[in-house]
Write a protein that binds this ligand. Structure first.
Ligand code: FES
Length: 678
């Protein structure tokens, strides 16, 4: 008896025998092969493309002849003529199995394809979106068999896709009738699932086959900035990224001042809610315009944010978050719609997912960092600091993860710094100071040249040199310390004390001149004593938070440090450690994760299972409350010195010797020169 043809799918390796004449797509479905389709095998969506292999495949024990598949049919020929099929490709819904064959499913035809992140620490994101498209052909209405249009859509989904039951977003219902008629009863619907086992919800529909794609926004709603990544929900590709300032800044720069504003001003919380919702709506329409897509195609949004932003986004008065026991209205993940949040530029039915909060001071942004960096899977003890206006800090390994939040203030983002500015063209982002001459050189955003290199003047001619951004101020302060113009207590020396004319008097204190552009109408860019104090406060809060977690865990050191945050990628490990932002570890054990909270938001946007995972993980994280912990204050005071008053930094000492200078009034300063290892 002759056997049915054997088909082997790669890369999955799934194999099975099927009667001759079985469409490749049908075989794939029966074997559970990850192969996409929107049109349900009608030969119009082209999502089901495969690459048949011909020849000998000893690994699979197959010889695949040229006649192993049926020849091109008219559907494929028509598709190729109209849109073009790449050489060697077939539409799996059209090609029939006639003999033993090996079929490769290219990544773009897989539903669960992997999206590789660009960052060096790239971890792949597996696509498993909550919203998917289905093309259906719906029965026309019949007077003799009266059923509603929606009921016939449900019937078509059941018959053509095996989807048993759907519900409908109310706002979608109003659009269904004209769409059905325009499409002559052939439509594409977007179905959204909040969970793998949940009944899908019909959230959008288009006449005919919808080919313009669907998109999602991953939004990191920070106290100072709001960053959004517009993501293709089919491929997972980020097609545009954009950010704006959080307009709530006018109500208070940090979280607690916004909570106070809500406490002191009746209706203040509603004012801040309206401001942030309007800003998000503007950001959504701007990013869609930038990417050249219709905002109506943005069907999902995922938010990560700290607890105060979380409540203000939801329209909940954050007053309880300003006082012990810091009770959240809810710490659970939320599934909402754009209409619920008043996001006017998105479709009303667009689905919103907000990650769970960890505790009253540790929000969904920290949960997103945990989702992205997975400290709970780490073999060694990792400290993750997400540097922003509020620092999210996680410490853990596979045995236990602890988390806290620390009020660093906006100094690390260039705010509250005399020459500070956001990271944009013209901002000084990197600084070096010669320990002998105390002369600085620097690099600005938008130029690859250092300021003492040929080509710099030309490169910066357009933007000018306009200020210092977050990474620039961190490097500037650390370099000042290494060059001996700043002492361990954080005092800037005078010109006399340091031997540098760049140290100028400013009232009763001193400032260090990084750049003087006044002769050509530019700014005088200095690092003032006030700037140093702002950075000291910020870094002390960060370090004290980390130390508190280490105390709770009962350790004095960690194995590695991950710097996260919007500018985490730009902070140099050496400078962060000279400043005492992070505990002492070998420099090669400090890595950057870029914007980990934003990445966590992207993962949750692209992968439904990841939402369940972080909801479960959050429950197992131990929360440490910095605000009521007396040791936090002790650690904070000790961390004020640069790098630290009492904690030893042996690993840092291997890299650099910090000058023993002290600038008490009348002191001539000076001190040993620094030595930096090659
Ligand atoms: S499944 Fe749509 S073209 Fe094959």
């Amino acid at each position: 008896m002759t056997q049915d043809p054997l088909v082997v799918f790669t890369p999955s390796g799934k194999r099975g025998r099927f009667p001759a004449g079985t469409p490749v797509l049908t075989a794939a479905r029966q074997l559970g092969v990850d192969l996409d389709s929107v049109c349900g095998g009608r030969g119009i969506c082209s999502k089901c493309q495969v690459v048949p292999g011909f020849g000998d495949f000893p690994k699979h024990g197959i010889h695949s002849g040229e006649d192993a598949l049926s020849g091109w049919n008219t559907v494929e020929a028509r598709y190729d003529e109209k849109r073009g099929l790449p050489p060697g490709r077939r539409l799996s819904c059209q090609a029939q199995i006639l003999g033993d064959v090996v079929i490769d499913v290219p990544p773009e035809s897989q539903v669960h394809r992997q999206v590789v992140r660009k960052a060096a620490s790239a971890r792949v994101i597996e696509m498993d979106p909550a919203t998917r498209l289905y093309y259906i052909e719906v029965e026309a209405p019949d007077m003799h068999e009266p059923t509603g249009d929606l009921e016939r859509i449900a019937r078509a989904l059941k018959a053509q896709w095996g989807i048993e039951k759907i519900s409908t977003e109310f706002s979608t219902l109003a659009f269904l009738q004209p769409i059905l008629r325009k499409g002559a009863w052939k439509i594409t619907v977007a179905l959204h699932k909040t969970d793998i086992s949940a009944d899908p919800r019909l959230i959008a529909a288009w006449p005919g086959l919808h080919e313009a794609g669907i998109y999602g926004l991953a939004i990191d709603l920070g106290s100072t900035t709001i960053a959004a990544h517009l993501t293709d929900l089919d491929s997972g590709a980020v097609i545009a990224s954009s950010g704006i300032m959080n307009p709530q800044i006018r109500f208070g720069e940090d979280l607690m001042s916004r909570v106070s504003y809500a406490m002191m001003n009746p209706g203040g919380d509603a004012e801040m809610t309206a401001a942030v919702r309007e800003a998000i709506s503007t950001l959504a329409s701007e990013i869609a315009r930038e990417a050249g897509i219709d905002p109506a195609l943005i069907l999902e949004t995922v938010f990560v944010c700290n607890p105060v932003m979380h409540h203000l986004l939801l329209g909940i008065d954050p007053v309880e978050l300003g006082q012990a026991p810091f009770a959240l209205a809810t710490s659970s993940a939320l599934n909402l719609t754009a209409a619920d949040l008043g996001l006017t530029t998105l479709p009303s039915s667009a689905q919103v997912y907000i990650l769970p909060c960890i505790a009253g001071h540790v929000g969904a942004d920290a949960a997103a960092v945990a989702l992205s960096e997975q400290p709970g899977k780490s073999e060694d003890l990792v400290l993750i600091v997400d540097v922003g206006t509020n620092a999210e800090i996680l410490l853990g390994d596979k045995t236990r993860v602890l988390a806290c939040s620390s009020p660093t203030g906006p100094a690390f983002e260039g705010a509250q710094i005399s020459s500070g500015q956001r990271a944009a063209a013209g901002a000084i982002e990197a600084v070096r100071i010669d320990p002998e001459t105390k002369e600085p050189r620097f690099r600005i955003i938008g130029s690859k040249f250092w300021s003492d290199e040929r080509g710099f003047a030309k490169a910066v001619a357009r933007s000018g040199i306009t200020g210092i951004c977050g990474s620039g101020i961190i490097e500037a302060v650390a370099e000042m310390r290494m060059a001996g113009v700043l002492d361990a207590s954080g005092l800037i020396g005078s010109a006399e004390q340091t031997g540098s004319a760049r140290c100028i008097a400013e009232g009763r204190t001193h400032a260090y001149v990084l750049h003087d552009g006044r002769a050509t109408g530019g700014p005088l860019i200095t690092v003032t004593q006030g700037d140093i104090r702002a950075i000291q406060l910020a870094k002390s809060a960060l370090y004290a938070g980390a130390r508190l977690l280490m105390d709770t865990r009962g350790v004095d050191k960690v194995d590695r440090v991950v710097l996260a945050g919007a500018f985490g990628a730009h902070i140099s490990p050496l400078h962060a450690m000279v400043l005492g932002m992070i505990p002492d570890v070998p420099l090669d054990k400090v890595t950057s994760a870029g914007n980990a909270a934003g990445t966590g938001a992207r993962i949750a946007l692209c992968n439904l299972a990841a939402r369940r995972q972080i909801e479960a993980d959050v429950g197992a994280i131990t929360k440490v409350e910095t605000a009521i912990e007396p040791r936090f204050q002790e650690h904070f005071v000790a961390a004020n010195a640069i790098p630290h008053a009492t904690d030893p930094f042996p690993e840092l000492a291997r890299e650099v010797t910090l000058p023993q200078v002290g600038f008490k009034k009348g002191d001539e300063g000076g001190g040993r020169r620094r030595r930096r290892r090659a």
